[in-house]
Design a protein around this ligand. Sequence first.
Ligand code: SER
Length: 388
Amino acid sequence: MQTEQIVRTFVEYFEERGHRRVTGSTLLPPSGDPVLFTTSGMHPLTPYLLGRPHPLGRRLVNVQRCLRTTDLEEVGDDTHLTVFEMLGSWSLGDYEGPQSLDWGHRLLTEGLGIDPSLLYATVFAGDEQTGPDTDSLGLLQERGVPVELTVEDNWWSNGPVGPCGPDSEIFLWSGDTPPRSTPTGDDRWVEVWNHVMMRHRRLEDGSLVPLPQRSVDTGLGLERLACLLQGKSSVFDCDVFEPWHRLVPSLWPLDEPSLRPVVDHLRSSVVVVGDGVRPSATGQGYVLRRLVRRVLTTLWRDEPSRTLGDLPDELLLHTLDHFRQDVDPGEVRQVLLDEERRFGRLMERGRQLLARPRFQGPLGDEDFHYLHDTHGLPRDLVLNLREE
Ligand code: SER
């Protein structure tokens, strides 16, 4: 099943059950938001989860692009991407968690054809502030889903303060043996769909107060589900990456551990530029800068003449089109090339500086500070240059 078809099946399933589709936001949260990028489908809906009435009603569904910098170091494994899409459904003070889990389970098994014996769920076991989520446990057991109880892993929040609550996570077995163990015991159980019972708000002092309404917020990682439904072992092998796999290796022969982050970071950079961000020394622009520079560091390790100017138009167009960004690919290419030039000049300056006698021995903190503060050379870059 292709990604587009999964999206259609998901959205229609919830529309048939009274949900209205909300247009996904860009990756840029509204000004004043403490987070740099939209990190989950619920993020743009936070005011409504806190109690403000939504103009489209109490049942919503959407597809939201998200970016998580916390996952940057994990990109390259089988399940993490920097930019990914989340399918979401919401009850804003309408139905409760068991209804959401019931629909979730039916959609996965009946709508998307997943063998029920390949599913497992985790449910909140309770802690000193909040009791166990017996309603979710009851529903999942009724549906015949095995359940593991956990504490920290089944509490969802978007930060230290704000809306939060116990969650129930549905996992799908990705192994090529029959399922074994439990989600916390075997990482071949891949989390695909999180159902959060948004009932609390955490205050600065760590205490919890009830929200004015009991809501449900669900998020399903699209590429993860697509890869499993397509019988692939990694998100990089699902259909959205097809053109990248077809075109990048012939352009830049890279081993698989290098190829994955290069593809992820380039695709993410295109989307971030498409949403209007430009490389800079702080904030969103700095995240973009890091993505592009990580790509270039890998590309130039083997062959310094490689350039982002060689990226085929098809890859830029495919990505902008997929994320419905009405942006000229030539403009995106120019942003990437400008950053490439800046980084190239910085590398050159770094090489000249590091050739000085002062930097021939082991480098101390003072050297790193000097190179960074006076010459703009970040520690990572210095370490890379020393390895050349
Ligand atoms: N907020 C939850 C998550 O991001 C469910 O949408 O996983």
